[in-house]
Design a protein around this ligand. Structure first.
Ligand SMILES: NC(=O)c1ccc[n+]([C@@H]2O[C@H](COP(=O)([O-])OP(=O)(O)OC[C@H]3O[C@@H](n4cnc5c(N)ncnc54)[C@H](OP(=O)(O)O)[C@@H]3O)[C@@H](O)[C@H]2O)c1
Length: 327
């Protein structure tokens, strides 16, 4: 099969298209013909081996995994003897970070619990854009104890995580404020945001409004700004963004949580039941993945470069098999 392979840490230039053996399915594995994959910020961290704690898991000097790629959608080609949930021919989507990655390839073998049936009403490319971003958005909002009627603010609302967070928050019947730059304001209204703050013209932390739940999906604001924008018993959850945003949430969050407000951070944990929850939301028409750009498998380096630049307005997807993209 064709796969995008790396042998060392480095920028996107270390990636090469190669012919490699098709994976062999283990007892509980499903072999998926990958029709589409999606890029995530995690790809370039994994590729470069930065920040350094990544290397404690992925290998200090040489990366363990030669084929990266975390999110996929495609068709089941073979199943191991102990697989009970899927049959050959089923359309699936899934997340591969805890089972060896391998999404930037024509085939991948994954445990059945890493997969779920593909939502029937979206393309394979849209389905591939759901797992990492969707589970991060969902788990971040749940960690903030999302409830109907709350005022929810999503910073970094125009990225892969943010666009899904806005829609998932709306599905909980909340009043959603999306923070993005001017070029994404229309998209925010189109996906259902109640209010949109253009971060170059307005400041969500100017004290005029407060929020019951703030999800920092991206951005670079001080934790004190978030504190000012939080209601007295509000919850702040940081799932992504600048190093400052990350370190302040980790180091200061526990101390600031002694009053009525809570400050936490989220490291997404892949769960099959969350994939199923996302599938149901998509099929109910409550969530629609937004695709920014499509690239061919050979152009994975360019796709990762684009994501690393930090201005994608939605998911960046890789069309691996053009036929599959029609289903
Ligand atoms: N915690 C976890 O387990 C987990 C899981 C997945 C991702 N993440 C992290 O979550 C973050 C976001 O991921 P993503 O996939 O959504 O990234 P992304 O799609 O690359 O985000 C890009 C978007 O962020 C917006 N943005 C950039 N700077 C901003 C700022 N200062 N304020 C508001 N918006 C800003 C950009 O819009 P403009 O260019 O118009 O500003 C762009 O639309 C990344 O840091 C990623 O590493 C964490």
């Amino acid at each position: 099969m064709r796969a995008v392979v790396r042998r060392a840490y480095g920028g996107p230039d270390v990636l090469r298209m190669e012919d490699v053996p098709t994976p062999v399915v283990g007892d509980r594995d499903v072999l998926v013909r990958v029709h589409a994959a999606a890029c995530n910020a995690g790809d370039w961290h994994l590729l470069r081996g930065t920040p350094l704690p990544f290397r404690l898991i992925e290998g200090l000097f040489k990366p363990k995994h030669s084929i990266i790629g975390t999110d996929i959608a495609g068709r089941v080609e073979a199943v191991g003897p102990a697989v009970t949930q899927f049959r050959v021919g089923d359309d699936v989507f899934g997340e591969l970070a805890r089972c060896g990655f391998g999404g930037y390839a024509e085939y991948v073998a994954a445990p059945e619990t890493n997969l779920a049936p593909k939502p029937a009403n979206v393309t394979v490319e849209e389905a591939a854009g759901l797992p990492t971003s969707g589970m991060t958005a969902l788990q971040g909002l749940r960690k903030g104890r999302i409830q109907a009627g709350q005022r929810v603010l999503i910073n970094g609302a125009s990225g892969g995580v943010g666009l899904l967070a806005v829609q998932i928050a709306k599905s909980f019947s909340t009043d959603v404020t999306a923070v993005c730059s001017a070029r994404n304001v229309e998209t925010m209204h189109a996906i259902g945001a109640d209010h949109v703050v253009d971060y170059n013209r307005e400041d969500f932390a100017d004290g005029k409004n407060v929020y019951d739940l703030i999800l920092a999906a991206n951005g670079d604001r001080s934790i004190w700004d978030y504190k000012r924008a939080l209601a007295p018993r509000g919850a702040y959850v940081m799932s992504g963004g600048s190093n400052r945003q990350l370190t302040q949430a980790i180091l200061l969050g526990p101390f600031l949580s002694w009053g009525g407000q809570t400050f936490g951070n989220l490291l997404m944990t892949p769960k099959q039941r969350d994939l199923m929850f996302l599938k149901d939301l998509v099929e109910a028409g409550k969530v629609k993945p937004v695709i920014d750009r499509r690239f061919a498998l050979a152009d994975v380096p360019e796709a990762i470069r684009y994501v690393e630049a930090g201005h994608a307005g939605g998911k960046v997807v890789i069309t691996v098999c053009a036929d599959g993209a029609q289903t």
